[in-house]
Design a protein around this ligand. Structure first.
Ligand code: HEC
Ligand code: HEC
Length: 445
């Protein structure tokens, strides 16, 4: 094998890959629920005893962190344009029953909070008990400077009873099923569906038919595993194991998968990448035990290989006007793209579709080619000689991967590329100019 490390240092490190996230991402990623954000302000007139409310604040804080925080944020300020604030919210503090109703029924359509319009969807929190809702709301009503007093279990029960008596509108996607009993019923094991289709049952997870599960599994390993890990233990994305996802509930998961988040979760439904039906099966799928990751061997690697511009049709000398010693490849993480930027002028040369959350952009020995590898194991080969530098070949070497390197040893310049995958545990040696897989070896566990 060629010795990459020896020759690597010979070239000046003029070329950089900087992973960046959406502008709002950095703050949200770093966010941890902080104890300092929760200094409770108790409105004594409203409560029977201070001991009662502080107990509610404590359990409410943990429910808030598990269920509400992802959208309304640790500081209760929400996210502009997406999630309204609870801190200082006139909507929350103005009417207790209405606030309880939002959590019990969900909320959809235009609302105005502190003079700002929101028009989105909050799923009904059907997975929470009356006590949990009372506590979470009490926490929200008495944190971040709010002084709203306590919400009692009786208040929640009354609103829930009223909501249950209301006719359900078909147009409201968040209101079915509304009761815990109904959910329990739906979760009951059943060996076969109406048409004899096998139903898959995981305790606590909504049932899925076998074809639904298979379809979800395919989507997961193609589009989600790179960030959430093949076993869903989390990587760039959060862990999605049943102990976590079942607590969040199908409706919450659907909203999240639909909308994505500024912290780096792509929006799958809104962008049209997944249909509403697919969003629904993904929300159910992640509540089931993670299945064994599928094989991704030679046939799959070969099937993914695509030479967009054959070597014979590529320029023989540089046609672009750029100084190849000063080009940046910048990972546009959540978009699944890299931007090539001219280091001299700081102008964008081209934005190129790649794998997800490109981990490494690697340069060939000659400096002509850029190899990118996404966390989803997809490698793209970019030729900088074209007048408009562009992608000339692509291949997928596994389901979850991190790095690609090119041959730089004397006599092997630009000849080979090698990529290692987390799953399956294998490395692939490719033809350097076409990414054609020439050899693939499985590592012993
Ligand atoms: C999946 C995201 C999401 C989660 C989780 C979520 N909300 Fe919301 N919430 C929203 C959205 C979006 C709206 C605005 C809906 C609209 O535009 O009609 C909203 C509105 C509200 C409102 C009314 C508006 C305001 O700002 O005062 C309250 C109160 C509220 N949520 C409380 C909660 C509580 C308490 C929880 C946890 C038990 C929670 N939410 C969980 C997304 C969410
Ligand atoms: C580019 C990386 C990336 C990809 C690809 C991705 N996710 Fe995510 N996902 C994230 C990140 C980052 C978060 C955490 C976001 C946050 O906390 O706001 C997340 C959060 C989530 C959550 C919410 C988890 C929670 O505990 O609140 C769900 C559900 C989810 N992703 C499902 C999916 C599904 C299903 C797919 C595939 C269709 C997918 N993700 C693909 C990065 C990704």
């Amino acid at each position: 094998m060629f010795n990459a490390s020896r020759t690597h240092a010979a070239r000046a490190a003029w070329w950089l890959a900087i992973p960046i996230s959406a502008s709002l991402g950095a703050g949200a990623l770093a966010q941890q629920p902080s104890a300092s954000g929760s200094s409770p302000q108790v409105h004594q007139a409203e409560v029977a005893g201070a001991a009662g409310i502080s107990a509610q604040m404590k359990t409410g804080e943990s429910t808030y962190q598990t269920v509400c925080l992802a959208c309304h944020q640790a500081d209760g300020k929400g996210l502009p344009g997406a999630f309204p604030p609870l801190a200082g919210s006139d909507y929350l503090l103005g009417d207790k029953d209405r606030a309880v109703g939002v959590v019990v029924r969900g909320l959809e359509g235009e609302i105005v909070v502190n003079g700002v319009k929101f028009n989105s969807v909050m799923p009904a929190m059907t997975q929470l008990s009356d006590q949990e809702i009372a506590d979470a709301l009490t926490y929200a009503m008495n944190s971040w400077g709010n002084k709203g007093g306590a919400v009692t279990v009786a208040q929640v029960a009354a609103v829930r009873a009223k909501a249950a008596a209301e006719p359900k509108t078909a147009s409201s996607p968040t209101q079915h099923p509304t009761t815990t009993a109904e959910l329990k019923y739906q979760g009951a094991p059943s060996p076969a569906g109406a048409e004899g289709v096998k139903i898959l049952v995981t305790p606590g997870a909504p049932n899925m038919t076998e074809p639904e599960f298979k379809h979800a599994q395919e989507i997961y390993f193609q589009r989600c595993a790179g960030c959430h890990g093949v076993l869903r233990k989390g990587a760039t994305g959060k862990p999605l194991t049943p102990d976590i996802t079942q607590k969040k509930g199908t409706e919450y998961l659907k909203v999240f998968i639909n909308q994505g988040s500024p912290a780096g979760m792509p929006s799958w439904g809104k962008s049209g990448e997944l249909s509403q039906e697919e969003v629904d099966i993904m929300a159910r799928f992640v509540q089931h035990e993670p299945p064994q990751p599928p094989e991704f061997g030679m046939p799959e690697i070969k099937a993914s290989w695509n030479v967009i511009v054959p070597v014979s049709e590529r320029p023989t000398r540089q046609q672009s006007k750029y100084n190849l010693d000063n080009i940046f490849a910048v990972t546009l993480r959540d978009a699944g793209e890299v931007a090539l930027i001219d280091g001299d002028t700081k102008e964008i040369i081209n934005v190129i579709r790649t794998g997800y959350a490109v981990h490494i952009s690697r340069l060939s020995h000659s400096g002509r080619y850029v190899y990118t590898i996404g966390r989803d194991g997809r490698i793209d080969l970019i030729d900088l000689y074209f007048e408009q530098p562009t992608k000339v070949a692509e291949i997928k070497v596994g389901l979850e991967a991190r790095s690609v390197e090119t041959s730089k040893y004397k006599g092997y310049e630009d000849k080979y590329a090698i990529a290692g995958a987390y799953w399956p545990p294998q490395y692939t040696i490719m033809d350097g100019l076409t990414s054609s897989r020439s050899r693939s070896s499985r590592l012993a566990a």
